[in-house]
Design a binder for this molecule. Structure first.
Ligand code: COA
Length: 262
């Protein structure tokens, strides 16, 4: 897969998202295929605690997704913090959302099937969600658990029942919003509406946690096998989505640490 940008361009993007005076840096979403990711090569990117967590996964596929996501995220953070990946001061909130303390650099991760999705932003909370199309069967019949009363009412005026694809799409939008806020699945999805307004999807909230910001989200074009969405705490002027090889991402730390001439 040809990289959509050179390492130098990517390092520049990450540094501008992390800098305090980032003027108009875009929200960037990286879709990283990991079918051939080599877990054994990635241990040095993770902290001991993360390696211990990786070892506890019962299924190899879950371990690969976790290790690939952490190795890619920590490689990006190593650029933002100018340190080795395992040394980046990554913390988690009580509900599990990873963040960098005292930094304008905002990010969020989702992983499913053979893909890791990483959203990057400057100074606005961001959430991403990714689901395989095969998850359509899991949401069939779950309209009441996903849609708000307003969204259900709108549907009852329509002759068609919601397709499982449209329910899955709404699920990814709402999960991206709940992850941007940091509440995850503890935010009831029927407590807010997603309103289509031109190409932007606005969030209309019935809950105070959501009312503090003008949350917006947008669908991601991830090919025929995946559905995904990104949400931010403000309308963003410019979004970019790119498929990137995992080697390109974990090579970033090495690119930074090339020996300099004495
Ligand atoms: C976040 C959550 C929605 C993830 O759901 P999912 O569809 O299984 O997973 P995704 O692949 O989309 O996202 C997982 C990633 O989201 C991030 N994440 C975890 N908790 C998060 C939160 N509260 N908000 C935003 N992002 C979160 C992490 O990077 C996580 O990856 P990792 O754990 O492998 O490092 C779900 O775990 C959740 O609701 N958690 C928070 C609330 C909760 O009840 N937590 C219980 C533990 S205290």
């Amino acid at each position: 897969m040809p990289p959509p940008f050179s390492q130098t361009e990517f390092i520049h993007l990450v540094r501008s998202l992390a800098s305090l005076d980032s003027g108009g840096a875009p929200v960037a979403v990286l879709a990283i295929p990991i079918r051939d990711f080599e877990v054994s090569h990635a241990a040095r990117f993770l902290t001991q605690e993360e390696q211990d967590r990786a070892a506890r996964f019962m299924f190899a596929a879950d371990r690969r997704r976790f290790v690939a996501a952490m190795a890619c995220l920590r490689s990006i953070l190593s650029v933002a913090c100018d340190t080795a990946p395992a040394m980046a001061p990554l913390k988690r909130t009580d509900l599990g959302k990873p963040y960098l303390p005292d930094s304008a650099f905002q990010f969020n991760v989702s992983h499913a099937g053979d893909v890791v999705l990483i959203g990057l932003a400057h100074a606005v909370a961001i959430g991403v969600d990714l689901e395989p199309r095969s998850a359509e069967t899991r949401v069939t019949g779950l309209a009441r658990a996903i849609l708000s009363a307003t969204e259900l009412r709108r549907l009852s005026n329509s002759p068609d029942a919601p397709s499982s694809l449209s329910l899955l799409r709404t699920w990814t939008r709402k999960e991206a919003v709940s992850k941007a806020i940091g509440l995850g699945l503890s935010l009831p999805f029927p407590s807010f509406d997603i309103i289509e307004s031109g190409s932007t999807l606005m969030v209309e909230a019935h809950q105070s946690a959501l009312r503090q910001n003008p949350w917006t989200c947008c669908d991601l074009d991830l090919g025929p096998s995946y559905i995904g969405a990104v949400a931010t705490a403000a309308p963003v002027p410019h979004r970019m989505t790119a498929f990137v090889d995992w080697r390109h991402i974990i090579g970033l730390a090495g690119a930074l640490r090339k020996p300099t001439k004495p």
